[in-house]
Design a protein around this ligand. Structure first.
Ligand code: DQA
Length: 150
């Protein structure tokens, strides 16, 4: 039941505030507000709550992940380009000791080789890529199974 379980943190990294405008042929036409609204609706359907946070700044993402250790039950993260570069975000996710699901709108394995490696995958229980904004909803479904006692 919502209320007993801490909210799931939906964390988006750099340039994801540009969704809808940014390369729509790759990332789709929905805005980040649309994606976050869809997450809230799906969470409510599942009996979960979500908190959404986006930043273009690596340190701000690290700060929010550190906070999540106390305030959130799990993390759904699309770290954007930091996926491929940030040991700091990996370290913060490991320190959070929470279930993490990695999401990418695009299929990073069909794209440039520098997108094929993910630091986030080192800590994620699973990764969803290439299914657009639906990936966030599938991540919430997977977390509902883990977090809500049957
Ligand atoms: C992305 C893929 C990354 O390679 C890219 O840097 C992004 C978005 C995705 O959602 O497909 O910013 O994480």
């Amino acid at each position: 039941m919502a209320g007993q379980i801490k909210p799931v943190l939906i964390l988006n990294g750099p340039n994801l505030n540009m969704l809808g405008k940014r390369q729509p042929e790759i990332y789709g036409r929905e805005t980040l507000a649309d994606v976050e609204a869809a997450c809230r609706t799906e969470a409510q359907r599942l009996g979960l709550e979500v908190e959404c946070f986006q930043s273009n700044h690596e340190g701000a993402l690290v700060d929010r992940i550190q906070q999540a250790r106390e305030t959130n039950a799990a993390i759904v993260i699309n770290a954007g380009a930091y996926t491929h570069t940030s040991i700091a975000i990996l370290d913060a996710l490991n320190a959070a000791e929470l279930p993490v699901i990695e999401v990418h709108l695009s299929n990073i394995h069909r794209r440039e080789p520098f997108r094929h490696h993910s630091y986030v995958s080192q800590v994620a229980i699973g990764m969803i890529a290439g299914l657009g904004s639906q990936g966030y909803l599938f991540a919430l479904q997977a977390l509902a199974r883990r977090l809500i006692p049957s």
